[in-house]
Design a protein around this ligand. Structure first.
Ligand code: SF4
Length: 691
């Protein structure tokens, strides 16, 4: 047996693992030791231990496929398929002069940094559009916008290691133990050292119970009322003068306007809106206001709202108010869901920025990119492109003539799946993936990609840590690494700027034109077992453990945003009396493409379910495990009822991993006006017995 060290492909924690191989196949997984070179500290969660199980699944795509008129797939050669796509792209570009919506492209948070960089370069340099986006739009685009506006950088301010040194950990809208199990393990360790834990979540999650068992606070607020809760807490902090005036005067701006807004969220009003007792709000405010360090963690419970940007800015307000940012073990820490969603954003797989968050609307930046890419700056798109949901809408309207999807599954991951399917049927759809996903089934062309075990490159974890991905086996069948497929297509379309011989050459280019990655070189990563954290501007820089050191915010001064409370886009009423929320569970990952092909994981939780409170189940005479119907204004599904104390009366919860009970048939596509993130966490629903 041989073994190769690589990075876990399931979540953003970035655990290091060994893939063991035998006779050209990956047969086992083990955690990397010693623990100091592993964000998982020598451990893996259940997904990590079984990460090899999907690699050789018989469903792997092995050859390029083109759908014939009779609906049957025909296996074709790489030459045939690349020519076919290139011709169609050229035809669409020629037939739609001036239509900036003609072609859209979705990059992937599962692919490497190098592949995301190459993909957005192809879109911008060859297709000449900024219509490139990826699923960060659906999970953390509000973080990128909100923290960017408040601090100047939209990433975790601190590192995972600092968790155990925090005096207080405040988790709001993150089911950390299930979504990032080995970050959850650090919280457990901190509790043993005496850290106080505050958890705010509309459901009773494992961390809520831990907080209560350890003299902390568990808050169960009404879904969609995070701004009211945070403003209420800050109102108490200001009233009781627990804030840090000196820090605010020296390092922040716009405090007075912010303070005026906070005055409006009286304790009584905050309690009425959130359904949290005044006593709990006061206790929380005092703990936060009096602590030396508060490690604030949030995730999609904060971001996936029509007020996602407001929610994020409110977390930043709270941490600036008490000078809890710019120091060890204290700051604002959005946990990124997918293995490389941080890296895909860093690489510019977003409609508004090139790599390193350099704006596409900045003429000088476009000139810099054009020089490196050997194209004419004047030919580049100078406007922000379409985002994920906007591309789907444009396809539905008939404006978007082609959609190229690399490693994403919008039919399962985007809100209002029926609308997504209808939209995708109207466009020339190309899907590049390792399995025949639900999106791929609708495509005209399917390209087989290599899995993480079959290629080299880097992933960037949630704590901005760039780590190596190493090749353990040859690509399965005739599949190819994504960057090689894109390069073939670019060459066929007459562009030679993607003719790299090795992945390291792509990172060299990223180093040259992306200041925050300037010193994260291939050579250093090969030698440095623990990887490197950005910003790392040059090869003598050690990388950055925490951001905004000593009040020196990336944007200059920290900015207080006055935020007023707004209700979610859709509230329960007579016809749809329940609030539906969606999310993930420990045993599965995202749209289930990989985890549902893992024998161990799928055996543990083989099917979807809806969580419902005992009170509601009794009222509707619903039994545990009974099939029921859940309906919203978008559609309906039949799903098994799971009666649980986790949800309160009036709230139901559905994990979104399961195609046969797809939660996103139900969700609302209403968007945050700035980040364009959909409101997955709140919509109005009805539940009924099936008779
Ligand atoms: Fe993989 Fe995340 Fe589990 Fe670590 S915590 S083993 S990165 S899924």
């Amino acid at each position: 047996m041989e073994k190769i060290k690589t990075t876990c492909v399931y979540c953003g924690t970035g655990c290091q693992l060994w893939l063991k191989t035998k006779d050209g196949k990956v047969v086992d997984t083990k955690p990397v030791m010693p623990p100091e070179f592993n964000p998982g500290r020598g451990k893996l969660c259940i997904k990590g231990w079984n990460v090899h199980e999907f690699i050789h699944h018989p469903d792997r795509l092995t050859d390029p496929l083109i759908k014939k008129e009779n609906g049957h797939w025909e296996k074709v050669s790489w030459e045939q398929v690349i020519t076919y796509i290139a011709e169609r792209f050229k035809q669409i570009i020629n037939e739609n002069p001036g239509n900036k919506k003609a072609i859209g492209c979705l990059s992937s948070a599962k692919c490497t940094n190098e592949e995301n960089y190459v993909f957005q370069k192809f879109v911008r340099a060859v297709l000449k559009t900024n219509n490139v986006d990826h699923c960060a739009r659906l999970c953390h685009s509000s973080t990128v916008v909100g923290l960017g506006a408040a601090f100047g950088s939209g990433a975790m301010t601190n590192s995972i290691d600092e968790i155990t040194d925090a005096k207080v950990i405040f988790v709001i809208g993150s089911n950390t133990n299930e979504q990032h199990p080995l970050i959850g393990a650090r919280i457990l360790k901190a509790l043993k050292k005496g850290t106080k834990l505050i958890v705010a979540d509309p459901r009773t999650i494992p961390l809520s119970e831990l907080a209560e068992d350890n003299q902390g606070i568990a808050i169960k607020h009404r879904p969609g009322t995070d701004v009211a809760l945070l403003n209420g807490i800050m109102n108490v902090i200001i009233q009781e003068k627990l804030y840090d005036e000196k820090f605010i005067r020296q390092y922040c701006e716009n405090f007075n306007a912010f303070k005026e807004e906070i005055r409006k969220m009286t304790l009584e009003r905050a309690s009425n809106i959130t359904s949290v007792s005044q006593k709990k709000i006061i206790q929380t405010a005092r703990i936060i206001g009096q602590a030396d360090s508060v490690y604030l963690i949030y995730s999609m419970g904060i971001t996936q709202h029509t007020t996602g940007v407001d929610n994020v800015k409110s977390t930043a307000n709270l941490q600036m108010l008490c000078a809890n940012v710019g120091k060890w073990a204290t700051g604002v820490n959005p946990l990124r869901g997918q293995n490389n969603v941080q890296g895909a954003c860093d690489m510019g797989a977003l409609a508004n920025v090139f790599s390193g968050y350099q704006s596409v609307t900045d003429k000088e930046i476009r000139k810099k990119m054009a020089r490196e890419w050997k194209i004419e700056a004047e030919e580049m798109d100078d406007q922000i492109g379409l985002t994920v949901v906007e591309m789907i809408d444009a396809a539905y309207q008939g404006d978007l003539k082609a959609l190229y999807v690399m490693g994403e599954n919008p039919v399962m991951s985007d809100p209002d799946s029926n609308h997504v399917r209808a939209a995708l049927r109207k466009t020339f759809l190309i899907v590049q993936d390792i399995f025949m996903t639900h999106t791929a089934e609708l495509a005209e062309v399917v390209l087989p990609a290599a899995s993480f075990a079959e290629k080299e490159g880097t992933f960037t974890s949630t704590e901005r840590r760039v780590q190596m991905v190493r090749k353990a086996i040859e690509p399965v069948g005739n599949s190819k690494p994504d960057w090689q497929i894109i390069a073939l297509l670019a060459r066929e379309m007459g562009y030679s700027g993607l003719n790299y011989q090795h992945t390291s050459e792509i990172l060299d280019e990223i180093n040259r034109i992306t200041p925050i990655y300037g010193g994260i070189t291939w050579e250093r990563l090969q030698k440095n077992e623990a990887g490197l954290q950005w910003p790392c501007p040059d090869i003598s820089h050690p990388g950055t453990i925490y951001l905004h050191r000593d009040g020196k915010f990336s944007r200059g001064k920290g900015y207080f945003h006055p935020i007023s409370f707004k209700e979610p886009a859709e509230l329960p009423g007579k016809e749809y009396p329940f609030i539906l929320s969606t999310g993930r569970i420990l045993w599965h990952f995202h749209t289930g493409t990989m985890s549902r092909r893992s024998k161990t994981l799928n055996e543990r939780v083989p099917e979807g379910y809806v969580e419902i409170s005992k009170e509601d189940a009794e009222k509707l005479q619903i039994n545990n495990n009974e099939m029921i119907k859940v309906t919203t204004r978008r559609g309906e599904i039949e799903i098994k009822a799971k009666i649980t104390h986790k949800v309160s009366k009036g709230l139901i919860f559905i994990p979104f991993h399961f195609e046969e009970a797809a939660a996103n048939i139900l969700t609302n596509a209403a968007l945050d006006p700035i980040a364009k993130i959909p409101e997955y966490k709140v919509c109005a629903a009805r539940i009924e017995k099936i008779v």
